[in-house]
Design a protein around this ligand. Structure first.
Ligand SMILES: Cc1cc2nc3c(=O)[nH]c(=O)nc-3n(C[C@H](O)[C@H](O)[C@H](O)COP(=O)(O)OP(=O)(O)OC[C@H]3O[C@@H](n4cnc5c(N)ncnc54)[C@H](O)[C@@H]3O)c2cc1C
Length: 387
């Protein structure tokens, strides 16, 4: 197993932290109020090369590991920002890298690395089938050199701010395949030409500022050369990318958790009620201390999962456990911070309520806590398959 490069990691943390200080609380607060996309932040992060961390050097990226990519996203969230504006590029890119042809990699990866092309949209979830991905209804029917796509996706984040979408659709009807995981294929859809020509994007207002949308496909023509990998094997390609996604989201949750704890500690030291700082009361101290313990424990599992991933070892159990523990820890820390701030926690100007809404998502998306527990029960512990 590779030895962690402590110096590189410290340098990375301080460089990302410094970049994030240019985007303080009020930057994110204003965007939240306006439900606006953090264009300037995402562009700055891209220009600094951070979103290309996982792209190999031969394609213009920095060729770093998931450990370093996770540190970047953690620091964004720890600064009070929200990596959800741009995190998908890191993990969707892996499908292209692992399963794309050499021609596709040369065509797209250097331009994604430079920021010329944004690969921020991931089209999986559908309104009627939810977590049960193999039942998805969107169809891509081959017609000569094209596929004709019809269907609908929901909760497709950043579609309005992305040039490309990684789309999963059924290419062979469910009734004609032996296994439900067969017959799904993955495509790169060029949204720059598709919108208005078979693709309609409708913003979906949500609890937090997440630039999420509904996407409708009406006879969209996708060149066959935009299919990634073999026809019918898309579900496997999707599964291949999940460990990276879990580890990166776990890192964001650790970043959120640390942000909440720092803010809670500062406030508990400063706020004086009954002639003493509220933090002097153990009823206030202990929940903060416990949340800190849980965030740090989750961070260890995140580090372990990342170490296995970077060493090319199986890490499904660790990646899933890291995501679950980190999402729980950040949510606990969010609640503790809100409680510590009392009434002021609900005021927009303190940012606790914004981050509270943002971190709540990770109990549900991109994979819900129940589905992780189900994976652990069945695949790690050998309990009977439930569904
Ligand atoms: C803000 C936001 C952004 C998102 N961005 C994207 C995106 O960019 N791309 C994309 O493709 N998707 C995206 N999603 C979708 C997200 O991945 C799904 O919401 C998530 O996978 C859950 O699916 P669902 O909402 O359909 O819930 P459902 O599948 O309907 O599940 C509802 C609840 O029931 C539980 N449940 C369901 N089945 C079982 C079972 N067998 N056992 C126990 N519990 C069960 C689930 O855990 C969940 O809590 C986003 C969602 C949100 C809210």
């Amino acid at each position: 197993m590779a030895v962690p490069d402590v110096e590189l990691h410290q340098d990375l943390r301080s460089a990302v932290g410094e970049l994030c200080r240019r985007f303080p609380d009020n930057y994110w607060r204003d965007l939240d109020r306006k439900e606006a996309y953090p264009d300037e932040f995402v562009q700055t992060l891209t220009e600094a090369g951070y979103l290309a961390a996982l792209i190999p050097e031969q394609y213009g990226g920095s060729g770093l590991g998931i450990t370093e990519a996770a540190i970047i996203l953690e620091e964004v969230n720890r600064s009070g920002g929200n990596s959800a504006a741009c995190h998908a590029q890191m993990y969707i890119m892996g499908t292209l890298l692992r399963h794309g042809s050499e021609a596709q990699k040369r065509a797209y990866l250097p331009r994604i690395a430079s920021g010329e092309l944004r690969l921020q949209a991931f089209g999986v979830t559908e309104p009627t089938t939810g977590t049960d991905t193999t039942q998805l209804q969107t169809m891509a029917v081959r017609n000569g050199d094209l596929y004709v796509v019809n269907g609908q996706k929901v909760w497709i984040s950043r579609a309005e701010y992305s040039d490309l979408m990684l789309l999963i659709a059924r290419t062979t009807p469910r009734e004609e395949v032996a296994k439900k995981t067969d017959g799904l294929s993955v495509f790169l859809v060029d949204l720059r030409t598709a919108v208005g020509n078979g693709v309609t994007i409708r913003p979906l207002r949500a609890m937090m500022n997440h630039a999420t949308t509904e996407v409708f496909f009406d006879n969209l023509e996708v060149p066959a050369e935009n299919r990634i990998g073999e026809e019918g094997r898309g579900f496997r390609y999707l599964l291949d990318g999940l460990n990276a996604e879990r580890i990166l989201i776990a890192a964001e949750c650790v970043g959120d958790g640390r942000w909440f704890i720092e803010r809670a500690v500062k406030y508990a030291n400063e706020r004086v009620v009954f002639n003493r700082p509220i933090g002097k009361n153990q009823g206030v101290q202990f929940p903060i201390a416990r949340a800190h313990v849980n965030v740090e424990a989750a961070d260890l599992m995140r580090a372990r999962a990342a170490e296995l991933f970077d060493g090319g070892q199986p890490c499904g159990a660790e990646a899933n456990m890291a995501k679950l523990l980190a999402a729980d820890a950040s949510w606990e820390a969010a609640n503790v911070a809100l409680q510590t701030f009392g009434g002021f926690g609900f005021a927009e100007d303190y940012d606790i309520e914004r981050k509270f809404r943002e971190t709540r998502l990770y109990q549900v998306a991109p994979i819900s806590t129940n589905l992780i527990l189900s994976y652990i029960a069945e695949h790690v512990l050998g309990l009977p398959r439930s569904f």
